[in-house]
Ligand binder design. Structure first.
Ligand SMILES: [Fe+2]
Length: 464
């Protein structure tokens, strides 16, 4: 049965690729999916050296892609999905109320992970092999242990769209509402009456309130799982758990590869269950149907959701996330960005912008084309505090006309060089895996950047 399933998936993939071959060009490339570590050189080179929008794809490339995608499909189907008895065994699963670290053996393929936290609500997601409608819920309790909300997960296929390889698992979503602002809640995922995993989250401060909070930013978590794990461990070793997390893109090395996504969710599981997660899409996800998969897991509620641009507020701060795999220096996305910046500025929010591609950088990849010419004037006009980026795998800090431009692309990917010669106003740079904590307390904003490669745990690179 499994073989039939895998073969069917292969046929679906081939059908899709044949359809694509009719197109004269695509944003990606003479692909060799091959092995993720050895045979992927060609794709790796493409991703490392070029903007995806500039690359043509030929039918020959697609043939080889189809063949090698078959190999991946064959292995992907085993990636974390072996436990056919999963839901049947749930009733006998011991409760694990001590925290998300104790998830070994749980039937959850992914999660619980958190998204879209406000001053009164949060979204909890889990992924299961089978449809668990009717016997999976989330139970939320307050500080004294009283249950304040119970919500059933609503399940649907993780991803199912005509013309694309499906993700044949189920995503359960539960939006918890009527919560209090700036409050720590405990919660448990309950399946068939058993608390299978528990953790805690913070709601946002009241909209515009000057209540202190922190968030963490990091990116380029792809490729090196050990380095990625080290960065996540470093974040979780902080004395105060951040209220939410930003990933500046390139979460995985290849956005179409389900095995890599499973590894990402496994490594980040203890973080994802503690804080809402806001990723921007990187070029490594923005490949073929990788964009669709990204959207399937991350429900980024916004008018421009399909184009992967979004914004949100948290207390007295506002965040504008841009999909810089496309040209956002003109057109309707640019107009939307300007309108967002203007309204947030007029409302008095601190404004942060999130991009995958850096506006200023002196490392391997060049700066985002048109960023300085078209985006920076708007950032300056509306008083942006900082622009958080990735794509180059190191830490870089530029300061231009009062705006901090920060590349925190050291989340796990192979490190890039600093390039000692730089004609831009670079304040600090370091070729290390890293993460950045931002503490907001009224008008005061403090950035602390950590070196996660240091002996004995994370060491401060810079605080400002
Ligand atoms: Fe990138």
């Amino acid at each position: 049965m499994a073989l039939i399933f895998v073969e069917w998936r292969c046929q679906m993939t081939k059908a899709f690729l044949m359809g694509v071959s009719a197109m004269t060009s695509l944003f990606v490339a003479g692909l060799s999916y091959g092995s993720k570590t050895e045979g992927g050189t060609e794709l790796k080179d493409v991703l490392e050296t070029a903007d995806a929008t500039e690359i043509d794809i030929s039918s020959k490339d697609l043939d080889s892609t189809a063949r090698e995608t078959d190999q991946i499909e064959g292995t992907t189907d085993d990636g974390g999905f072996e436990d056919a008895q999963m839901l049947e065994d749930i009733a006998s699963t011991d409760p694990q109320p001590e925290g998300a670290e104790t998830v070994v053996g749980l039937p959850l393929l992914k999660g619980p992970y958190l998204q879209w936290v406000t001053d009164k609500s949060i979204v909890v997601l889990i992924e299961t092999k089978d449809d668990a409608t009717g016997f999976a819920s989330v139970e939320v309790s307050g500080g004294s242990g009283e249950t304040v909300a119970t919500k059933d997960f609503v399940f649907s296929k993780t991803f199912e769209k005509e013309g694309f390889p499906p993700i044949d698992t189920y995503l359960g979503k539960a939006k918890i509402e009527d919560l209090k602002a700036n409050t720590k809640y405990n919660y448990c995922v309950v399946i068939k009456g058993s608390k299978v995993v528990c953790d805690a989250f913070w709601t946002a401060p009241l909209d515009k309130a000057y209540t202190p909070y922190t968030f963490v930013a990091f990116g380029d978590t792809r490729t090196d799982n050990d380095a990625h794990r080290k960065v996540i461990d470093g974040i979780l070793s902080l004395s105060d758990v951040p209220h939410f997390a930003i990933n500046t893109g390139d979460l995985v090395a290849l956005g179409t590869d389900l095995t890599l996504w499973q590894e990402f969710f496994d490594i980040e599981r203890p973080l994802l269950s503690k804080m809402a997660y806001y990723p921007v899409i990187g070029n490594h996800e923005y490949i073929l149907w990788g964009k669709e998969y990204f959207q399937a897991w991350f429900d980024l509620d916004t008018p421009l959701r399909d184009e992967l641009n979004y914004s949100f507020v948290f207390g007295n701060s506002a965040f504008v996330a841009l999909n810089t795999n496309e040209d956002v220096t003109k057109g309707h996305v640019f107009d939307w960005m300007v309108a967002q910046l203007q309204s947030y500025h007029e409302a008095g929010y601190h404004i942060f912008v999130i991009t995958h591609h850096p506006i200023y950088t002196c490392s391997n990849h060049p700066p985002y084309k048109g960023g300085v010419e078209f985006l920076v004037p708007e950032f300056e006009r509306y008083g942006v505090v900082a622009v958080l980026s990735g794509h180059n795998h190191l830490y870089e800090h530029f300061l231009s006309n009062g705006i901090h431009y920060l590349t925190v692309g050291g989340g796990g990917a192979p490190l890039y060089d600093e390039n000692d010669t730089c004609d831009q106003p670079r304040v600090m740079w370091k070729k290390v895996h890293n993460h950045m904590v931002v503490s907001v307390d009224g008008e005061k904003i403090e950035f602390t950047v950590f070196d996660d490669d240091a002996d004995g745990g994370p060491q401060v690179i810079e605080r400002f």
